[in-house]
Write a protein that binds this ligand. Structure first.
Ligand code: FAD
Length: 469
């Protein structure tokens, strides 16, 4: 720690360890920690409800780790940071770089304004293993396909930086008139989410350690089975920056069978690929990357959209996933793919409607990963699943939830059905339904679409689209 004063502006880097921008502030002097809610940015890109719930709790955890020194301000960041620097005599402002085009534009303006007022400003990478400009092709163009992106662009570049230790901070205490973290009583839906998660940097570290110890071995196969909990569930911790991707990347080194380590690191690679796409294609959340998809005849069907959102489509794996999302703020990756395919193909509803619902409900919402993944499933994105590959949710259930454990967890009204029928109750003989005491259409909906007919409808729409190209 030097002798001067430096401000660290926390954003989606709510941690002390492996936070290069925070360490740079600490190297300059005593740190004034601050978070800022920027109404202009929020008006254009409002944080989702579940994401904001997590963020507020994570800020509270960070504040505790900082001994109550975290300032929580609301307003124009350039003005607030200038005032804070004047008040505390700070000469440096640091932050962790973000890569969404709208945040880059805001940060560039803030940096210029602070520099014009004589302050030094440093931004550092603490959110990605490789920054988007480091992973381009030799000619400077972005990779459009995952495998060469990851093999050549990422693994062919420098090894990800080793994580830094947490600095031994002595933050400048908050004065009585500087607003800090406030707690409010939680709504019932928030209390429901809270039952599923431990939030904050210490919890993120513990979740990583548990994953490495208990679930890394077998990850490559186990990651596809939603009932097994074989994945790390680190996504919300990564989205809020409670842990760095570098800490995660290096923690698995030599810690499990090589194929499991490689498979897990490839998923971290997908996270990078999504960030890379949003950086290079700023329209990713709004417009299909394959322009022919702009003419897709998406259906307006508010009733079907509501049934999908509320987990009452009558298709058990879809309903289980949508209820997992509603109850926990999270959904297993395989099921995210199934519910997204069902919406965009069987229901022929625009992927943007699905992405908006996910953005509001996910505790791990990432504008890059969400938009890129929706476009991937819808067939309009980079290196996407072809549109004609339409998941059959009943077959997916038989393959990846063969004993119906996941479906029973989230759709308990189907619990008495034998495993064989639980993924497709409409195919069960009447005697089986009667024995299980299940009346389709009363205790559980009949499917809102016929899977085979809606598949044909989707394929016809796609063929017509291709005919127009
Ligand atoms: P693990 O399997 O343990 O993977 C480790 C980490 O790698 C994850 O925490 C995540 O950061 C990253 N990762 C894993 N799979 C992917 C992937 N396919 N794409 C990008 N990164 C990945 N992920 C988000 O973090 N935020 C989102 O908003 C988001 N929206 C999605 C929307 C759809 C339609 C789909 C199909 C996927 C979406 N994903 C999103 C990706 C993926 O489903 C989650 O990252 C994963 O389920 C998180 O669980 P985990 O931490 O246990 O993953």
């Amino acid at each position: 720690m030097g002798s001067a004063i430096a401000i660290h502006w926390f954003r989606h880097d709510l941690r002390l360890a492996d936070n290069p921008a925070l360490s740079a502030a600490d190297a300059r002097g005593r740190v004034v920690p601050v978070v800022i809610d920027d109404p202009a940015l929020e008006a254009a890109h409002p944080p989702g409800s579940a994401f904001a719930w997590w963020r507020d709790r994570s800020r509270a955890a960070l504040d505790r780790a900082l001994g109550g020194a975290l300032r929580v301000l609301r307003g124009d960041p350039a003005t607030l940071l200038t005032d804070l620097a004047t008040r505390h005599g700070a000469s440096l402002v640091t932050w962790t770089r973000a890569y969404e085009p709208w945040t880059i534009a805001r940060d560039t303006a803030v940096k210029a304004a602070l520099k014009a007022r004589g302050l030094s400003v440093e931004s550092h990478n603490g959110a990605l293993l490789w920054e988007p400009w480091e992973t381009v092709k030799p000619d400077g163009a972005p990779y459009l396909v995952f495998t060469p992106f990851f093999r050549r662009g990422c693994l062919g570049a420098a090894q990800p930086r080793r994580p830094l230790p947490a600095p031994r901070l002595d933050p400048v205490p908050r004065a009585g008139d500087e607003p800090g973290v406030t707690t409010r009583s939680e709504a019932p839906w928030e209390r429901k989410l809270a039952r599923h998660w431990q939030i904050g940097e210490a919890a993120a570290k513990a979740a990583l350690a548990r994953f490495v110890e208990e679930r890394l071995a077998g990850y490559a196969k186990g990651r596809d089975f939603p009932a097994l909990s074989h994945t790390s569930r680190l996504s919300p911790h990564l989205a809020h920056g409670e842990i760095s991707p570098n800490a995660v990347w290096h923690a698995v080194e030599g810690a499990g069978p090589a194929q499991d380590v490689a498979s897990f690191r490839a998923e971290l690679g997908w996270r990078e690929f999504c960030a890379h796409q949003l950086f290079h294609f700023p329209d990713l959340p709004e417009a299909p990357l394959r322009p022919e998809f702009a003419a897709m005849p998406w259906r307006e069907d508010a009733e079907a959209l509501a049934a999908w959102q509320q987990g009452r489509t009558g298709v058990p794996l879809v309903d289980a996933g949508m209820r997992e999302l509603w109850q926990t703020g999270y959904m297993h990756n395989r099921v995210r793919m199934v519910v997204a395919s069902f919406l965009t193909k069987n229901l022929l509803i625009d992927w943007r409607a699905g992405a908006r619902w996910f953005a509001d409900c996910l505790v791990d919402h990432s504008p890059a990963s969400n938009a890129a993944s929706w476009q991937w499933v819808a067939g309009s994105g980079l290196d996407a699943a072809p549109y004609f590959r339409i998941f059959n949710p009943a077959i997916q259930a038989a393959k990846f939830d063969p004993e119906g454990t996941y479906i029973r967890r989230f759709v308990p009204e189907l619990a008495p059905l034998p495993d064989r029928w639980i993924g497709a109750p409409w195919t069960a003989p009447e005697t089986v339904l009667a024995r299980a005491g299940l009346r389709l259409g009363r205790d559980y909906p009949r499917p809102i679409v016929d899977l085979a007919a809606s598949r044909e409808r989707a394929l016809a729409a796609w063929h017509a689209l291709r005919g127009n190209v």
